[in-house]
Write a protein that binds this ligand. Structure first.
Ligand code: ADP
Length: 595
């Protein structure tokens, strides 16, 4: 994942993530306390360990005075106590942080998802599903890591560095100064050097990938390569990229070599310098073996933490990037969804009017898809839309469903502007039978019930019966409980359509929007689906994006759409009779995708 540059603004924005921790601030603070305690106990190890190694002759060391001990048995015992405390503190710290984090992250997941599904269609047209998926899973996991471990580590390392350096001064000011001007400088240098080398190896990988592309291109187009006798050309092309890979790899290798030399000379050199100086001080009797050992151990702790901080900084950077992309979603305007089951129904009669409706998709503002469209559908009327692909049929359906808002003009339901209705209430009056029916993983019953969640089984059954689906459902051993979708039975296209019809029948909408499937079914399925559709359309305002002549013949009016406006309307017979009519031409030339 790419790290984003931390600007003051993005950092400030990311801090908002802490609002999710706020409800658990008590536990969080307690966790911090345990973190502090465990870090402090951790810092006693080098002192105690050094004193233990110093042996019995090293009495009157700082440890002896501080803890009031005078032999190594007592020191060993103290160490054990320290371990024990450390064990308890660590457990509590991890447990508390995990508890807070898991709750906060769960809420964050729920909020993000809850917001996501309420976003308007324009958002989903713009974003890729895979990417959204990754934001919900990867970005949030990244934040989880940050809260649970990175934050704790950062705090611990700050404590270790500050505490460690103070203690080092306590053991020997002289030695500490020697250490501080050599080791951390080298460690930081090593860190940035290492980073540079990693970026070089990335370049090598990228070059390698480029060479793979050449191979792939050549092999997929091998027929053309041979037909044009260009084998030698391809070989030369490949030679060139392979040579480039070698050069880049060698540049990386030189720096890696330099890095190894640097580590051996610089870093180990610095360490040897400190040890040499320490032993010299010891020989002069300035410090004891126990103090020297403790000093070295503290130096290792401090050095490790300094190295770690740089790494943590990188992780915090990533977490800020992740937070930002999550908040990008959170800040998108959602639709005013209110799925209140008890809300009174609108009791629409079902008339629809498009008055001078113009629409252009936000992604392509210059292309007018619907051009001052006038469309008046009476309550209960059945309308078929036909026209070449790209004419705007689907867009009309989408506007009725209020997936999008008209760019200009007004859409009215029962004579009242669509925007004056609550969006959920309005959609509750409609049902959509899409072209490609995608069933949810679950039972057939659940899939039909999706039309009206909580509907009694008897009604689900009746809906299935009216949709001509009962027979095939009951032919499965598990009937309505048969699982469909990825882990269940595969239903045929005709069966899926009938499930979708049953779903719509169960919903019992005033307005029906039907996008007929273009794929042809066998004659028997065709008849069953057609019959079910007729039952479904009965007594409702029905708008059909039609692909079948049999449907077209049944409707009250056919609208012939071209380039975003209605060019002709009437019944099949009326339209066929029009000399030079678009409909007539389209049918004669079989340009209408009817089957
Ligand atoms: P039809 O259903 O009659 O085939 P559509 O309503 O799907 O026509 O499309 C009408 C026009 O709108 C086409 O030119 C299509 O390219 C464009 N269009 C459809 N959906 C989108 C979208 N999500 N973003 C941008 N343009 C779109």
């Amino acid at each position: 994942k790419d790290k984003k540059r931390i600007s003051k603004e993005s950092f400030r924005r990311s801090l908002r993530i802490f609002q999710y921790v706020l409800p658990y601030r008590g536990k969080f603070l307690l966790g911090l306390l345990f973190l502090f305690l465990s870090s402090v106990t951790f810092m006693t190890f080098p002192g105690l360990l050094g004193r233990l190694i110093g042996g019995n002759e090293a009495s009157d060391s700082p440890i002896d005075r501080f803890f009031n001990v005078d032999n190594i048995d007592q020191v060993a015992l103290l160490l054990l106590v320290a371990f024990l405390l450390q064990a308890v503190f660590s457990f509590m710290r991890i447990f508390l942080f995990a508890d807070v984090t898991e709750r906060a992250i769960a809420q964050l997941r729920i909020d993000t998802y809850g917001h996501l599904v309420k976003l308007p269609m324009t958002f989903f047209n713009r974003e890729r599903v895979g990417e959204l998926n990754s934001r919900i899973s990867n970005d949030i996991s990244m934040l989880q890591d940050t809260f649970m471990t990175t934050l704790a580590e950062l705090l611990r390392q700050v404590i270790v560095i500050l505490g460690g350096v103070s203690l080092l001064f306590f053991y020997s000011v002289e030695l500490t100064l020697v250490m501080l001007i050599s080791v951390p400088v080298m460690m930081m240098a090593a860190f940035f050097f290492g980073k540079f080398i990693r970026s070089l190896s990335k370049t090598t990988q990228a070059e390698l990938a480029r060479s793979q592309v050449v191979v792939e291109e050549t092999l997929t187009a091998i027929q053309s390569v041979k037909a044009f006798a260009n084998e030698l050309l391809e070989i030369r092309r490949y030679n060139n990229v392979v040579e480039e890979v070698r050069k880049v790899a060698m540049r990386g290798a030189k720096w890696r070599g330099a890095f190894a030399s640097f580590v051996i000379f610089g870093l180990f050199g610095a360490v040897v310098l400190v040890i040499w100086y320490g032993v010299k001080l010891r020989n002069e009797g300035v410090i004891g073996l126990d103090e020297l050992t403790s000093f070295i151990l503290y130096s290792v702790f401090v050095g490790g933490s300094i190295g770690g901080v740089a790494d943590i900084f990188g992780r915090v950077q990533k977490a800020i990037g992740a937070t930002e992309s999550l908040f990008d979603i959170m800040e998108e305007d959602a639709e005013q969804i209110s799925n209140d089951a008890n809300a009174p129904s609108l009791d629409l009669k079902g008339s629809i009017d498009f008055e001078q409706v113009t629409y252009a998709y936000p992604s392509r503002k210059d292309k007018v898809v619907l051009d001052r469209l006038e469309l008046h559908v009476k309550a209960g009327e059945k309308i078929a839309f036909v026209g070449p692909s790209g004419a705007g049929k689907t867009t009309i359906a989408a506007l009725i469903l209020r997936y999008y808002k008209a760019t200009s003009g007004t859409i009215k339901f029962d004579g009242k502007p669509a925007l004056d209705y609550n969006i959920s209430a309005l959609r509750n009056e409609m049902a959509l039978v899409p072209q490609d029916v995608i069933l949810f993983g679950g039972s057939i019953r659940e899939n039909i019930e999706y039309g009206r969640p909580g509907a009694p089984f008897e009604e689900v059954r009746i809906a299935a019966e009216k949709a001509n689906a009962l027979e095939f459902i009951e032919s499965f051993p598990e009937g309505f409980d048969t699982l469909v979708g990825e882990r269940g039975v595969q239903l045929s296209g005709g069966q899926r359509q009938r499930i979708a019809i049953a779903r719509a029948i169960l919903k019992d909408p005033r307005i029906l929007i039907l996008d007929e499937a273009t794929s042809s079914l066998d004659a028997e399925s065709e008849r069953l689906v057609q019959e079910a559709l007729e039952r479904l359309m009965e007594g409702r305002t029905s708008l059909v994006i039609a692909h079948r002549l049999s449907t077209i013949r049944k409707v009250d009016r056919i609208m012939v759409l071209d380039h975003g406006s209605i060019k002709e309307q009437g019944t099949h017979d009326e339209l066929i009779a029009l000399e030079n009519g678009i409909y007539r031409n389209l049918t004669e030339l079989q340009l209408l995708d009817l089957n």
